[in-house]
Design a protein around this ligand. Structure first.
Ligand code: RIB
Ligand code: CA
Length: 328
């Protein structure tokens, strides 16, 4: 049976790819949106347009427009003025549902008790507020698999990754939730990128693939100009890999804490990989018990090819409310 997932996102080129990848291989029961790469108005419109492009009738619930501390700082146009520059997307075939994303997350987890995996791939504000509003959510969810954080260098700051940096207090609530947690950070996702030839393959594909070719042509140029990278990072689809192709990413159990200070390390995911022996010294002991499976290695080329296959194989004849393509 396919795993049930709900994606909480800020589309976003890689978010759009995560939606396609999840719809191809999993039971994507809903999408919630949050500020991040752009305003929540834009990320919601982008999510609705992507689902229209894919011919999917999946509910979208609009979420928070700012972090818990109230200071909205969007992604600095890394993803462009629209949040998903690079290709013409269809106008949304439908609008968002009436429910707020926080309530949609709670209601969907209650409806699919014990089965639903929540995949936050933008700032974690919606998820944190849902955990605060409904304490039973921690029992109802099967797990939470995030794209966020890093065990090495950051992107938005030297040590912090954008999703966690955007709302560290929200990330702290998620990492202290005692829910089974998977974290894939920049240390892995930056290795999973589309090169120039990959983008060209998309641009020579069918209608949907050509749209993604345009999107990733733009995104790759942005990352090259801003971060000096030569590939377009597929950050967000990596959060789905434990439920689609678990052999492609290796995880390691570790304590992860979020730096909440106002200094240069704010938003850092402090991962403790020290192999401390049982001999406890006063000032050398684990700070906290392991609370997370942290991604440490990836079969990067195999994962890129698996994601490309999902995009290149998406049927072009998908009508407005098509069922998800049957796995081949
Ligand atoms: O740091 C990478 C993350 O920030 C990705 O989720 C990307 O979409 C942006 O939200
Ligand atoms: Ca994202």
């Amino acid at each position: 049976m396919m795993h049930k997932v709900l994606i909480d996102c800020d589309p976003g080129h890689d978010d759009a790819t995560a939606i396609l990848y999840a719809a191809r291989h999993l039971d994507l029961v809903g999408v919630t949106t949050v500020y991040g790469n752009q305003s929540v108005d834009k990320t919601t419109a982008n999510a609705l347009s992507i689902l229209t492009l894919l011919g999917l009738d999946i509910p979208v619930a609009r979420g928070c427009d700012r972090p818990l501390n109230g200071i909205f700082r969007h992604g600095g146009d890394v993803h462009g003025k629209t949040g998903i520059d690079g290709a013409e997307l269809p106008a949304p075939a439908r609008g968002p549902v009436d429910a707020h994303a926080v309530d949609f997350i709670i209601d969907t987890a209650k409806q699919h008790r014990g089965e639903l995996v929540l995949c936050p791939i933008g700032p974690f504000t919606n998820v944190a507020l849902a955990l605060r509003k409904e304490p039973q959510l921690a029992r109802w969810l099967r797990g939470i698999s995030v794209m966020g954080g890093t065990t090495q260098i950051g992107n938005t700051t030297p040590v912090a990754e954008f999703n966690v940096w955007s709302d560290p207090e929200a990330a702290d609530i998620v990492f202290r939730s005692d829910i089974p947690l998977w974290m894939v950070g920049l240390n892995v996702t930056r290795k999973v990128g589309l090169c120039e030839q990959d983008v060209a393959r998309l641009s020579e594909g069918g209608r949907v693939a050509r749209v993604f070719g345009g999107l990733f042509g733009f995104f790759r140029n942005q990352l090259r100009e801003i971060h000096g990278l030569d590939t377009a990072s597929l950050h967000d689809p990596c959060a789905l890999v434990p439920f689609i192709a678990p052999d492609l990413i290796t995880y390691r159990q570790a304590p992860v804490e979020i730096e909440l200070g106002q200094g240069p390390a704010r938003g850092m995911t402090v991962c403790d990989f020290r192999n401390l022996t049982t001999r406890k010294l006063e000032n050398i002991k684990p700070r906290a018990p392991a609370n997370c499976s942290v991604a440490v290695e990836v079969e990067d080329r195999a994962l890129v090819e698996h994601i490309l296959a999902a995009i290149l194989g998406w049927p072009d004849h998908a009508p407005a409310a098509a069922a998800v393509p049957s796995p081949v």
